[in-house]
Structures are given as structure tokens and as C-alpha cells.
Design a protein around this ligand. Structure first.
Ligand code: GDP
Length: 459
């Protein structure tokens, strides 16, 4: 058992709702709950059948605060691995606050951020990558992010790490043998085996790293730049997209960036719109998203939506923009389809290669279904793969896999240069340690605290 304290927190988000939950975890959870929750059928949670809901009420100084349900989850078969009691009452901030106060008066201490999950980790219920996946589930911005986080929680990354570390242990053991019994034959044979083993590990780590960019997109969405000449209809397109999207998620503070971003959900991977502030300053067109800023957005974007005014012949700037789309994930949006069309579609096709072209009228909202369908097609493979393959979606993991891979490369180099076995072992142990940091097997307390501080209270 990790701690002697019993912690309590409101586990549901602040605000009014149908139901609010108070969570209590620790050695004295039962006594704390007994002091405030009066179940109709039992006198004490010591008599309770675990995992069964009991109806009752929360009482303070002889006054009923609210009625509700409570459930006892007995250690070690609970989220934290400790005795846990969850009390569900109405989602009233006042009732929840009073109930939380009662838990504190009965000896519980307020849970810090992520402390329930931290206890689950420290009690061996989850490894570190799974604990981080819990946070990713809570923060998921789209179905692809959710299914990847769920797969991490189910242990997909943990299994990858375990297999990699087992292979490394195997290689380290073989190398130890050559150190202890340095007969030449044995060494030759082992070197070949070690070389093969290293190359297998190298391949699986590199393949995972190669997909880390996709992992970022799955987790955070596609950074999308809307670009085009002044007056092409970029702001109108933005507004049309925002209006079309019923499930729009607005003003999400970027977790890794300090900006406020707007995102639209089309399919399972959200499109995070870059630089929309520039597009919104509608009264001062000259000031709108300057050329340099537009170029920068394009460089950083995962997806470019190039807006062309279809009612005018193509201009030099249009041609430059269109040529820069070749080979990128992009879409040409021929706007103002309600007016006679002057832009040469054939030329656009020649300039852009296989980039899809969609005609719309942003002002009248026509062609928006086709546009959404085309956008969905651009992201559907990410959505699909997120449920099937393993991706690194967390920068901490990406960094550790990179370091493990570097160590494996050094070991390969030493092997090629016929360095002594213990030189190779040093790097393999380094790789083994780095991989272990992903699941938290080799990790220090400070890092653990940093990770859990990112969580919300009550989780
Ligand atoms: P931006 O400078 O690229 O952001 O362009 P705006 O969205 O501000 O549009 C420039 C002008 O074109 C405005 O007067 C819009 O009303 C007009 N406009 C935008 N989309 C359409 C469209 O689909 N059809 C027509 N006829 N006019 C449009």
C-alpha cells in the first residue's frame, strides 16, 4: 500500500449536472463514508457487499444534504488498488462541496491532481504509459485519438516495451557469456546472433518512430492552413465550415501550445484551424494574414486548403500557390461557384498534380457536403489506422524511443568495429533503461510527480 492517507475529491467537472460524484480512496475510505452517507439497508459500509449500489443520503449536522447512491470497491480490486467508495449525488456544486467538506472533517485529505491514478500506478494497477493513456482518453479530441488512447490503456504500448526489453535482456545475457567465456568460436557465433538481434530491435523502434508524426496528428488533429489571395473567400469558407459543423469544438486552449485554436470535426480526426484570427479581421483587408505569415502557416501545416476565386482567371499568385501544393496533403477549393467560372481547372490540375479540387460557393453554402466528404477522405486512413496500429502519441514516449534507438545504433557501431562486449552492453543497458522509462519501471519520483500534475483533480 502506497500511502496511509485517505484522499477525497469531486470527480465530476465543476458546474451543474444530473449527477456529481465524490470519490474517496484509502485505508479509511469506509470509515470516512460511514461518517457522512447513511445507506438505507446497511449500518456501515463494513457490511456492504462490494460493487453493489446502496441508496441513501448524505447528512450534515442532522440535516439531509442530498440523497444518492454509494458503492464500495474493495482493495485491491479497485481503480487505485485501495478501498474506494464513490458517492453519487445530484450534480449540484453546493451539495458536492458540502459532501467533500464532510469527507475532510472525517479524516480524508483533498486529493491532488491525478492522485487517484498515481496511486493506481504506485500500487501496480497501471503502468506509467497506461496512466498517461487515461489522461489522453479524457482529453481526446476525436474518435481516432480516443481509440489510440484506449489501445494504450489496454496495454498495446506496454506490450511493445516489454517485448523490446525482453529481447534486449536476451542480447545482454548472450554478451555476458562472451565476456565470461571468451573462446573465439563462441564469440563469432554470438556476434552474428547479436547483430541479427540488434537489427530486429532497430527495425521495430525505427518503424514506431516513423509513425510518431501520424501519432501526433491522431492525438492533436491535423494542423490546417486556409490560404489564398485576398478576396478569394477564405473568411467566408471559415465561417461556412464553422456553421456546417454542428459538433464544433471552439476555443480549445492548445495543450502543447499557448494559443486558442478553433477546430472542426469532420470524420474522426479534427482539423485544427491555424491563424484564424488573421482571417477574422474582416474590416481591414490589407492587414489580413500577410504573405509571410501565410507562408509560415503553410510550412507548419499538415493540411493546406487553398482557396481560389473561380470567378476570375488565375493570377500569378494563384499559380505560385497551386504549384507549391504538389506532393503535400492539400485541397484546392474553387470558390464563388455561383458566379460564371473563369479559372482554368485544367491548368489547376496540371499545376497541382493529384491534389483534389472541390467547387463551392462559400457565400451561399453550396458544395459544402462535397467539401466535407473530400476532407473526410483525406483523414480516413488515420482514423482507421488509429484503431489497428500502435502509434506514439506522447512526446515523452517519442523522446525515449529516440534515445533507445540512438543507444542501439551505438551498439551496432561498436559491434561493427569489433569493440569488446562490455562496450556493447553499456549501450544495450541504456536502451533497456530508456524503454523502461516509458512504462515507469525505471523512472524517478520527480518525473512521476510531473506527469501526474498534468491530470485533473478527481482522476
Ligand atoms: P478573403 O479575403 O479571402 O477572406 O475573402 P472573403 O471571405 O472576405 O470574401 C471576399 C469577398 O468575396 C466578400 O465580399 C465575400 O462576400 C465574397 N465571396 C466569398 N465567397 C463567395 C462566393 O462563394 N460567391 C460570391 N459570389 N461571393 C463570395
Amino acid at each position: 500500500m502506497y500511502e496511509e492517507t485517505t484522499i477525497a475529491a469531486i470527480a465530476t467537472p465543476p458546474g451543474e449536472g444530473g449527477i456529481g460524484i465524490i470519490r474517496i480512496s484509502g485505508m479509511n475510505a469506509v470509515d470516512v463514508a460511514d461518517a457522512l452517507f447513511h445507506a438505507k439497508k446497511i449500518h456501515s459500509f463494513h457490511e456492504a457487499e462490494p460493487y453493489r449500489m446502496y441508496f441513501g443520503h448524505v447528512e450534515k449536522d442532522g440535516r439531509k444534504v442530498d440523497e444518492g447512491l454509494a458503492v464500495y470497491m474493495k482493495a485491491p480490486h479497485s481503480y487505485t488498488g485501495e478501498d474506494v467508495i464513490e458517492i453519487q449525488i445530484h450534480g449540484s456544486m453546493e451539495a458536492l462541496r458540502e459532501t467533500l467538506e464532510l469527507t475532510l472533517e472525517s479524516g480524508a485529505v483533498p486529493a491532488s491532481r491525478g492522485e487517484f491514478t498515481k496511486r493506481a500506478f504506485l500500487n501496480g494497477r497501471l503502468d506509467l504509459s497506461q496512466a498517461e493513456a487515461v489522461m489522453d482518453i479524457i482529453e481526446a479530441k476525436g474518435s481516432a485519438a480516443l481509440s489510440q488512447a484506449e489501445s494504450h490503456l489496454s496495454g498495446a504500448l506496454s506490450r511493445f516495451v516489454k517485448e523490446g526489453r525482453d529481447e534486449l535482456t536476451d542480447l545482454i545475457t548472450k554478451l555476458e557469456v562472451t565476456i565470461d567465456y571468451p573462446e573465439e568460436d563462441l564469440e563469432d557465433l554470438t556476434n552474428e546472433e547479436i547483430g541479427r538481434g540488434l537489427s530486429d530491435i532497430e527495425k521495430s523502434l525505427s518503424a514506431l518512430l516513423k509513425r510518431s508524426e501520424e501519432g501526433r496528428i491522431i492525438k492533436d488533429g491535423l494542423r490546417t492552413a486556409i490560404v489564398g489571395r485576398p478576396n478569394a473567400g477564405k473568411s467566408s469558407l471559415l465561417n461556412a465550415l464553422l456553421q456546417e459543423d454542428r459538433a464544433i469544438v471552439t476555443d480549445i486552449p492548445g495543450t502543447t501550445r499557448d494559443t486558442i485554436e478553433e477546430s472542426i470535426k469532420i470524420g474522426g480526426v479534427p482539423l485544427v484551424l491555424m491563424d484564424t484570427a488573421g482571417l477574422r479581421e474582416t474590416d481591414n483587408k490589407v492587414e489580413r494574414i500577410g504573405i509571410e505569415r501565410a507562408k509560415k502557416s503553410m510550412e507548419q501545416a499538415d493540411l493546406i486548403l487553398a482557396v481560389i476565386d473561380g470567378s476570375c482567371p488565375l493570377e500569378k499568385e494563384d499559380r505560385e500557390l497551386l504549384s507549391s501544393l504538389k506532393g503535400r496533403k492539400a485541397m484546392v477549393i474553387l470558390n464563388k461557384y455561383d458566379l460564371p467560372q473563369e479559372a482554368d481547372e485544367e491548368e489547376i490540375r496540371n499545376l497541382t498534380g493529384s491534389v483534389p479540387i472541390v467547387s463551392i460557393s462559400a457565400r451561399y453554402g453550396s458544395g459544402m457536403d462535397e467539401l466535407e466528404e473530400a476532407l473526410r477522405r483525406l483523414t480516413e486512413h488515420q482514423d482507421r489506422d488509429a484503431g489497428r496500429e500502435l502509434f506514439l502519441t506522447n512526446l515523452r514516449h517519442v523522446d525515449l524511443v529516440k534515445k533507445a534507438l540512438e543507444a542501439v545504433h551505438r551498439a551496432q557501431e561498436s559491434l561493427r568495429n569489433s569493440m569488446p562486449a562490455d562496450c556493447i552492453t553499456v549501450d544495450l543497458v541504456e536502451a533497456w533503461n530508456r524503454m523502461g522509462e516509458i512504462t515507469g519501471e525505471t523512472v524517478d519520483n520527480e518525473l512521476i510527480n510531473q506527469i501526474f500534475e498534468r491530470f485533473c483533480v478527481g482522476k
